[in-house]
Ligand binder design. Structure first.
Ligand SMILES: C[S@@+](CC[C@H](N)C(=O)[O-])C[C@H]1O[C@@H](n2cnc3c(N)ncnc32)[C@H](O)[C@@H]1O
Length: 679
C-alpha cells in the first residue's frame, strides 16, 4: 500500500517536472522564433547587395506619413513616349536619389493577339504509370476550384472520409518543442526513456518510438531541425544530445542488420526490370509487399567441414586465408580488437547465410577471415549441426508440357512466390489464373510455364516487325531484353518505322519502344477542342509517339467518385481503359482490367483529341511489358511536322459522357476495345 502511494507520488512529481520543462521549452522556443522572424524581415529590408535588394526597394516605405515621396525629375525630351516608368534608388540611410524616368512606347496590339488561353488542368509530368493511392477516398489533399462558386465543393469533399489539412498534420514547431523537452528530461533530470514515454503518453504526446519507423524520435531523425537558440543563449547543436539508440530497448532488433534488411527488402519492387523503392506499379494495390523476407537459415556445415566445403583445396583469399591456418594457431588470434558493431553485423549475416565463405563475410564486415571463422566457431555449435537431420534432395515432380494451359494474353504482374513447382497444390497464382510465369517469378528457372521470348519465331527475320510472326508481338507483349536473344532486344538502339525495308532492320528488334522510350516529339498547342497534341517533327506510319501514362485505377467506385465530379465540372476526361474483356464491335459491353487516368499525372499524349467525324491518325495499343500492362500511342499514317495528332475515343466515350452528365457513376467502365477511351 505504502509502495503504491510512493509510486503515485513519484509519478506526480515527475509529471510536474515534465510539465514545467515543457512550458519552459515552449516559451523559449517562441521567444526565439518571434525574434528570428523579425530579424529575418529586417535583414531583407536592409539588404543592398543580396538578391533580395529588389525586395528592399519594394518594401521601403516613407519613414513617416509626413515624409513626402521624392519629386519626379522633369519629363525627358522624348516626346514620343506615351508612358514613363519612374525609378528611384535609396541610399543606406533610406534617402532617395534624384531618380530617372524610363520611357516606354505603348504599342496597340489587335485583340486576337492575346486571345483567351484554353482551359488547362494542372498535371504532374510523368514518364511512367503510378498506382492511384490506395484509400484514395481517405483524405482530400486539397479543395479544387476554390474561387469557382459553380464547383460542388461540398459534394466533392463528401466523397472523402476526411480532409488532409485538418486530420493529418503534425505541427513541426510542436515536434521541436517535444524533442527538446525529452532531451532536457533525460540529460538534465535523469529521466529514463520508459519514464518519459509514460508521462508523455499520459499528457497526449507522441510516443518516443511506436515502431522502428514511427514515433517522435524517428520523425525527428528524418528532418533537419531549425537552429534554435534556447533561453541560455546556446544553440541546440552545442548541447549534449540524446544517446544514439535512446528508447530502443523495446525494439531490440531494430539495430540488427538482418531485421533492417528485411524491413527494407519489403519496400523494393521485386520486378527485376524495376527494383524501384516503394514501386507504385508492381506492388499491388493494397500495398502488400511482394518481396518475401529472408528467412533464418540453419547452418549445415561444422567448423571442420567449412574450409573444404567453401574453398575446396584452394585458399579462399590468399596466403593469409583462414583455411590455411591450423585451428591451434588460430587460438592466438584474438577477436578482442574487432569493433562490436562489426561483430553485430557478422552475427546478423550468420542468421541468413551461416555457411557462406568466411572470406566473403570478412569483406562485408571489414574483418579478417580468420576472425570471422573463429567467431562462427564460438557462436555456432557444431553439436547441433551434427544432430540435425541430413538434407535430402527432393525429386522434382515431372510436369507434362501438353498439360499446360494458358489464358489469353494476360501475364502476371505479381510474380509467383511459393515453394515447389507451379501447381494448384502450391497455391501458384500464375497456375490458377492460367498465366505464363514471368522472369521475376520465384519458381525454378526451368519451370515450363515461363514465357520464353520470341526466339522460336524470329530467328530468321530478327526484327519483330508488326507484320512478322513474332511470338511476343502476337501475344501483345514487348520483347524482353533478357529473353529475346535472336532479335537482340537488349541492344537495339533505334526505332524503325513500318516503311523501312525489312532487310535494313534485320537483327534489330522493333518491339521495345516502350521500354526504350524511343518516342517522337510532341507539342501541346491550341486546337479546336481546347488544347491538342501536335507533331513537332515529321512522323512516319508505325512510329510510336509516346506512352499514355497516368494513375492506375482498379475500378473500385470509392476511388473514383471524386474524379468523376472533377471530370463533370471541367468537362475534361483523361481516362483510358486497358485490358480485361473487350467490348463488342459496336463498343458495347466489356469491362477493363485497369483504367489509366491522366487527370493529375501524365504527359503530352493526354492531349490527343478525338478525330470525329474524320478518321484518326493515331491509335492506342496495349502491350504487356515485363508483366505490366502499358499503352503505346502509334501513328496510323505519316503526319507532317505541325499536324494535329488524333485518336478515336469510340462511341462509348461520348455515350457515357452523357450518362455521367445525368449523374450516373462509372468512370472506369470498359473502353470499347483497347483503341477506345474510357469514360
Ligand atoms: C483527353 S482530353 C483531350 C485534351 C483536351 N482537349 C484538353 O484541352 O485538355 C479529352 C477532352 O477533350 C475534349 N475533346 C476532345 N476531342 C473532342 C472532340 N472531337 N469534340 C469535342 N470535344 C473534344 C473533351 O472535353 C474531352 O473530354
Amino acid at each position: 500500500m505504502a509502495a503504491a502511494k510512493h509510486d503515485a507520488e513519484s509519478l506526480q512529481r515527475d509529471r510536474t517536472t515534465a510539465q514545467d520543462v515543457h512550458l519552459q521549452v515552449h516559451a523559449e522556443f517562441h521567444a526565439w522564433k518571434d525574434k528570428m522572424v523579425v530579424d529575418t524581415f529586417k535583414r531583407l529590408g536592409n539588404a543592398r547587395t543580396s538578391p533580395f535588394s529588389f525586395a528592399a526597394h519594394a518594401f521601403r516605405m516613407p519613414r513617416a506619413a509626413s515624409e513626402p515621396l521624392p519629386t519626379p525629375p522633369p519629363k525627358p525630351e522624348d516626346r514620343d513616349a506615351e508612358l514613363l516608368i519612374w525609378e528611384w534608388n535609396y541610399d543606406a540611410d533610406g534617402k532617395p536619389d534624384a531618380g530617372r524616368a524610363i520611357p516606354m512606347t505603348v504599342v496597340a496590339l489587335p485583340p486576337e493577339t492575346f486571345g483567351e488561353h484554353p482551359r488547362y488542368q494542372y498535371c504532374t509530368p510523368a514518364s511512367r504509370n503510378e498506382n492511384a493511392r490506395m484509400l484514395d477516398n481517405k483524405d482530400a489533399p486539397f479543395a479544387p476550384y476554390p474561387e469557382d462558386p459553380a464547383f460542388p465543393r461540398d459534394a466533392y469533399l463528401r466523397t472523402f472520409n476526411d480532409v488532409q489539412w485538418v486530420s493529418d498534420q503534425r505541427d513541426p514547431d510542436a515536434e521541436v518543442v517535444e524533442y527538446e523537452t525529452v532531451r532536457r528530461l533525460h540529460i538534465e533530470h535523469g529521466f529514463s526513456a520508459a519514464r518519459i514515454d509514460h508521462i508523455m503518453l499520459m499528457s497526449g504526446f507522441t510516443p518516443l518510438r511506436k515502431t522502428n519507423e514511427s514515433g517522435l524520435l524517428w520523425a525527428v531523425g528524418q528532418r533537419d531541425l531549425p537552429p534554435v537558440i534556447w533561453g541560455d543563449g546556446l544553440p541546440s547543436s552545442s548541447k549534449p544530445q540524446l544517446p544514439p539508440h535512446f528508447a530502443e530497448e523495446d525494439y531490440p532488433d531494430s539495430n540488427d542488420v538482418f531485421t533492417q534488411v528485411n524491413t527494407g527488402v519489403s519496400k523494393f519492387c521485386p520486378n527485376l526490370n524495376c527494383l524501384t523503392h516503394n514501386c507504385h506499379v508492381h506492388i499491388d494495390a493494397d500495398w502488400l509487399s511482394l518481396t518475401p523476407a529472408f528467412a533464418l537459415t540453419r547452418p549445415r556445415l561444422t567448423s571442420a567441414e567449412l574450409p573444404a566445403a567453401v574453398h575446396g583445396p584452394h585458399p579462399g583469399c590468399g596466403n593469409d586465408c583462414f583455411s590455411l591456418i591450423h585451428e591451434n594457431d588460430m587460438e592466438d588470434d584474438g577477436l578482442a580488437n574487432v569493433p562490436l558493431d562489426h561483430l553485430a553485423v557478422l552475427g546478423s549475416l550468420f542468421k541468413a547465410v551461416p555457411d557462406a565463405s568466411p572470406c566473403d563475410l570478412a569483406v562485408i564486415c571489414k574483418m579478417r577471415c580468420r576472425d570471422v571463422f573463429r567467431h562462427r566457431r564460438d557462436t555456432i555449435d557444431d553439436a547441433e549441426i551434427i544432430s540435425s537431420p541430413p538434407l535430402t534432395k527432393k525429386k522434382k515432380p515431372k510436369v507434362k508440357k501438353h498439360k499446360l494451359e494458358f489464358w489469353g494474353k494476360d501475364s502476371a504482374i505479381t510474380p509467383c512466390v511459393h515453394p515447389g513447382p507451379c501447381s494448384d497444390a502450391t497455391l501458384c497464382e500464375c497456375f490458377r489464373r492460367k498465366l505464363h510465369c514471368e522472369r521475376n517469378c520465384r519458381c525454378a528457372k526451368d519451370c515450363l510455364r515461363r514465357w520464353e521470348g520470341c526466339n522460336s519465331t524470329c530467328r530468321k527475320t530478327r526484327s519483330c516487325r508488326r507484320s512478322s510472326k513474332c511470338k511476343c508481338r502476337l501475344a501483345g507483349r514487348e520483347c524482353d531484353p533478357e529473353l529475346c536473344v535472336v532479335c537482340d532486344a537488349r541492344d537495339t538502339q533505334t526505332h524503325f518505322p513500318d516503311d523501312v525495308p525489312a532487310a535494313a532492320v534485320g537483327g534489330k528488334c522493333t518491339n521495345v519502344a516502350l521500354q526504350r522510350g524511343t518516342f517522337k516529339n510532341i507539342v501541346v498547342r491550341k486546337s479546336k477542342y481546347g488544347l491538342g497534341a501536335f507533331a513537332a517533327e515529321d512522323i512516319s506510319m508505325g512510329d510510336v509517339l509516346g506512352e499514355y501514362v497516368g494513375e492506375l485505377l482498379d475500378n473500385v467506385d470509392e476511388r473514383v467518385g471524386h474524379r468523376e465530379i472533377i471530370q463533370k465540372h471541367s468537362k475534361l476526361n483523361y481516362c483510358f481503359g486497358m485490358g480485361g474483356v473487350p467490348a463488342d464491335k459496336d463498343g458495347k459491353g466489356g469491362a477493363p482490367e485497369t483504367t489509366v487516368d491522366a487527370q493529375w499525372l501524365g504527359n503530352p499524349t493526354r492531349f490527343l483529341n478525338d478525330s470525329k467525324p474524320k478518321k484518326p491518325n493515331c491509335v492506342a495499343e496495349e502491350f504487356r511489358v515485363n508483366g505490366e500492362l502499358r499503352l503505346a500511342i502509334r501513328a496510323l499514317k505519316s503526319v507532317k511536322m505541325g499536324g494535329e495528332l488524333t485518336l478515336s475515343y469510340g462511341e462509348r466515350y461520348w455515350e457515357q459522357g452523357q450518362e455521367a452528365e445525368k449523374g450516373r457513376s462509372g468512370v472506369a467502365v470498359k473502353t470499347g476495345n483497347h483503341k477506345q477511351r474510357n469514360k
